[in-house]
Design a protein around this ligand. Structure first.
Ligand code: 5RP
Length: 259
């Protein structure tokens, strides 16, 4: 377990995960139509990828040494009845065979499927602990993006930790310290849909780190950007080199200019 956690959270206590799991309910998401091409230039700058087994098999070279967080929940789609009605999609044997650093599952607190998703998390934690595989819980909001406030996300994050998640992935929001101060395991931030400017991303990631997040699990705001390499390098500077948002913007601009 310690060895796997060390593959995820680096020796400075921080991490940059690159999620490319969106297709499991969104289909061919913009700029992730060919995940292998999307991630190729980005892999050197992330600490781990978050991916389903299908995309891992089809789009990631097996000799890649990049740690894998395997998305193991799903079974719903954007056009189905309820995104919250997820089950476990991948067995622990498969996760072990794929030599993953962790597995990830969404929980849907407050939804009609709260109970099922929380018991799915508990079941995975039971199995993961047996084999030394950490579980990352994703505090999902489905289509209800306005649910992303500190009170709700603090509740979800704490519940995930109580049930045994080793890492919690939640959204950045105003008052982010409320989430980290009530959650006894490392918290990473997702970004949600792409925002208008790079600077907004640098500002919220920097704010979240100051308020106790250990890093990010940031997808669309990286690979949907017109200059994804500039974006991931600037984020890396905030996370691993304590760069300010202004310094991150300068790095972004210089990498963009050189391309
Ligand atoms: C999708 C996920 C993503 O991994 C997560 O939302 C992070 O990606 P983004 O920054 O694009 O929101 O769990 O189900």
């Amino acid at each position: 377990m310690k060895n796997r956690m060390a593959q995820l959270i680096q020796s400075d206590g921080r991490c940059l995960f690159l999620p490319i799991d969106h297709g499991y309910f969104q289909g061919p998401t913009r700029k992730l139509e060919k995940p292998g091409e999307t991630i190729k230039p980005l892999l050197p700058y992330c600490d781990a990828i978050f991916v389903t087994r299908g995309v891992l098999r089809s789009s990631v070279e097996p000799d890649s040494a990049k740690p894998t967080i395997l998305r193991v929940s799903g079974g719903t789609s954007m056009v189905g009845k309820d995104l919250a009605n997820e089950g476990i999609t991948t067995s622990m044997e498969e996760a072990i065979r794929l030599n993953v650093a962790a597995i990830g599952i969404s929980i849907f607190v407050g939804s009609d499927y709260e109970h099922e998703s929380l018991l799915n998390l508990s079941k995975l934690v039971d199995e993961g602990e047996k084999y030394g595989i950490p579980v990352m819980a994703v505090t999902a909001v489905g289509k209800e993006l306005d649910k992303r406030d500190a009170r709700y996300l603090a509740l979800c994050s704490r519940i995930a930790a109580e049930l045994g998640a080793r890492v919690v992935k939640t959204y950045w929001c105003e008052g982010f310290e409320k989430i980290t101060s009530g959650c006894p395991v490392p918290v990473v931030m997702a970004g949600g849909p792409q925002v208008d400017t790079e600077r907004e991303v640098f500002d919220f990631v920097h704010d979240g780190i100051q308020k106790g997040a250990v890093g990010v699990n940031l997808g669309r705001n990286v690979w949907q950007n017109d200059f994804p390499v500039a974006m991931i390098r600037a984020l890396r500077a905030i996370i691993h080199e304590n760069a300010t948002p202004k310094e991150a913007q300068e790095l972004y601009d210089s990498v963009k200019k050189a391309q």
